[in-house]
Each structure stands twice: as C-alpha cells, then as structure tokens.
Ligand binder design. Structure first.
Ligand code: SF4
Length: 212
C-alpha cells in the first residue's frame, strides 16, 4: 500500500471519529492499567461491569492491595481467568506501592516488569493514559492491518513496528483506537462488512465481499 492511500484511510477514520476513545471505563492511569490487565481474553463490557463495582470501593494500589486476592476476586469473578488475574493485580499493586510510590510508571520497561503486563498492555497504557506514541496490536488491529495492507506482518510485533513506521505521523497517536474500533465493528473476523466500510475503495483485501 502506498503512502497516499494510508493517508486517505486515516483521514477518513479521523473525519468519522475525531476523538476516538477506548471502550474500557477509567478515570486515572491506575484504573486503566488494572482494566487492561483484567481485559485479557475478556470483553470490555464484562470488565466495565466488574470495575464499576470495584472502583467505588478501591481504585488505588494501596486500597486494592488491602483487599487481598480473595477480596479482589469477589469483584472480578465474572471475568474469565479471574483467579490468576487477581493474583497478578495484587502483586502489581504491591510493586506500584513499593517501587513507584503508588504511581503507574511511564516507561515500557517498568510497565512490562509488572505481573500480568505484557507488551500490548504496556502499549495501551503508554498510548491511552500517557499519550505517548505506542501501538498496541491486538487481534483486531492485527487482522485489519493485514487485510487492508496498511501494515502487513506475520506476527504482532512485526505489525506493530510497521504501523509505527507507516501510519502518517499526524494520526499515529490515535491510530490504535481507530483500528480497534474498525476491526470490532466493521472489519470483523468472520464476515467483514465491506459493503458498508468507509475505506473499501482503498482496502487491498483480496477476498472482499459484501455481507450488508
Ligand atoms: S473493505 Fe472489507 S476487508 Fe477491507 S477494511 Fe473494509 S471491511 Fe475490512
């Protein structure tokens, strides 16, 4: 895909949604960090339901750590893998208090040292909470990047590096959200909705069909 096409794709995505947001509910970097840890292999809706109960009671590392694994589990047991997530969150809270003064660190290295925080989660926090240029590639972004030809790659790290290189600079900060939302609601996994897609004429997907 050439640069002019990429520019036009992001121009349209921006035009349709000038201020894209994550669908996870949060008010602070810490709340976002915990929500992203909880969202692994779970829907944002299920995470939001759990954090809507949890955060009014405990929304700081100190307060969640005080709940302990069993106490935290009571709030998140509707989420898949809640047991291991509870352990990771409690350990993360302990490290935030002991190593970072109760604050969420703003570097990839420090974030990835926290239990339950991998490259993707670190990128979401850096980009969404701290507005740094970082690209979290999830299953939706991986699919959209490959199908469209915006940034094809064999694995998520390859796609991440190509997106960082190829997405026009003016759109890089919000590209993560546009691509996730496009993959979640339009370029869906099984039957992409090419017939109602804003970028159909620019997309290089070879098997385009309209299901709308
Ligand atoms: S045209 Fe189809 S395959 Fe291409 S981005 Fe749109 S929905 Fe996805």
């Amino acid at each position: 895909m050439n640069a002019a096409k990429r520019l036009e794709i992001f121009r349209r995505l921006h035009e349709d949604n000038p201020d894209p947001k994550t669908e996870l509910a949060y008010n602070t970097p810490f709340e976002l960090l915990i929500a992203v840890i909880l969202s692994a292999q779970a829907t944002d809706v299920s995470v939001n339901k759990a954090t809507a109960r949890l955060y009014p009671v405990a929304n700081t590392p100190q307060a969640i750590y005080a709940l302990g694994v069993d106490g935290l589990s009571q709030y998140i047991k509707t989420i898949g893998l809640y047991n291991s997530k509870a352990k990771n969150v409690i350990e993360t809270c302990r490290m935030l208090v002991e190593l970072h003064g109760g604050e969420v660190p703003q570097t990839r290295e420090a974030l990835e040292a926290l239990p339950g925080v991998g490259r993707k989660t670190a990128n979401v926090v850096l980009n969404t909470a701290f507005r740094q240029l970082a690209m979290a590639v999830d299953t939706h972004i991986f699919r959209v990047s490959n199908r469209t030809g915006i940034a094809p790659g064999k694995n998520v790290v390859e796609v991440e590096h190509r997106l960082m290189k190829f997405v026009p600079k003016d759109y890089l900060l919000d590209a993560h959200h546009w691509l996730i939302l496009h993959g979640r609601y339009v370029c869906v996994a099984r039957k992409p909705r090419c017939g109602s897609c804003r970028i159909e004429d620019l997309c290089e997907y070879k098997e385009k069909t309209s299901y709308d």
